[in-house]
Design a protein around this ligand. Structure first.
Ligand code: PRT
Length: 212
């Protein structure tokens, strides 16, 4: 049997809004990565017994749940979308956004009840479906992978359900928020299979660093 200690793994977004903040956060804890080899999907940390696993944001909860990654950094909204619970180690100070229903500025839809029978385009069909059920509203969900804000102008939908942060994208498409489905920020999650709590791992690696 090998005595080699298995490297711990942290799953982060491979590219997109949360990647740089996730790397910066790990840097603030003392982790060093050197030159990021963008094509390397599993990259060893230079000074910690930790590898960064770069994957699609929406896949992070599954990697962590299965134990393929010990820890992960993702938006809380993706846990809601996948209807998954995870051990949240800590909430992180980035990735702040809201999942909202938005309608055209000129629309007659002014209350949640006005969504009855309408078509709502979204990249978050799971979250939307559960919210509509809770509200007792029957609406057609149009699943779209991206550029959701354009769907109303193109008459594919009557309203949208999408993430917003500054609100500028909604405004640019003459859309206004009608309801907030959830508020989100980045969270650090831990696998039920992880053999060490996240901060214990960080502490042990820092101690090792100082005696090395
Ligand atoms: O990696 P993968 O392709 O699976 O994920 P992804 O395409 O969802 O990645 P990405 O980078 O778009 O989003 C990753 C996560 O960042 C989201 O799930 C949220 O947790 C978080 N986040 C924070 C945001 C935003 N803010 C945000 N504003 N994600 C997306 N947006 C988009 C939104 O969809 C809209 O198109 O930004 C636009 C609106 O921004 P404002 O500032 O104009 O309101």
């Amino acid at each position: 049997m090998s005595n080699k200690i298995r490297q711990f793994r942290l799953a982060i977004q491979s590219s997109g809004r949360l990647r740089e903040d996730s790397l910066e956060y790990m840097g603030s804890l003392g982790a060093e990565f050197g030159e990021t080899a963008e094509r390397r999907l599993i990259q060893s940390c230079q000074n910690f017994n930790l590898a960064i696993v770069s994957v699609r944001h929406s896949d992070i909860p599954r990697y962590v749940a299965s134990g393929a990654a010990d820890y992960g950094i993702c938006g809380a909204n993706v846990l809601t979308e996948l209807n998954m619970t995870a051990k949240v180690v800590t909430a992180l100070p980035f990735g702040f956004c809201k999942l909202v229903i938005a309608v055209p500025e000129s629309s007659n839809m002014q209350t949640i009840a006005d969504l009855e029978g309408e078509r709502i385009a979204t990249a978050y069909p799971g979250s939307l479906e559960r919210w509509l059920q809770d509200q007792g509203i029957h609406a057609a969900i149009i699943p779209i992978r991206g550029s959701v804000e354009a769907t109303v102008e193109l008459n594919l939908a009557d309203a949208i359900c999408d993430l917003t942060q500054s609100g500028r994208t909604l405004k640019a498409h003459q859309l206004v928020p009608l309801a907030t489905i959830l508020e989100s920020q980045a969270v650090l999650i831990q696998s039920p299979h992880a053999s060490k709590p996240f901060f214990e791992l960080i502490q042990s690696q820092l101690k090792y660093e100082t005696v090395r």
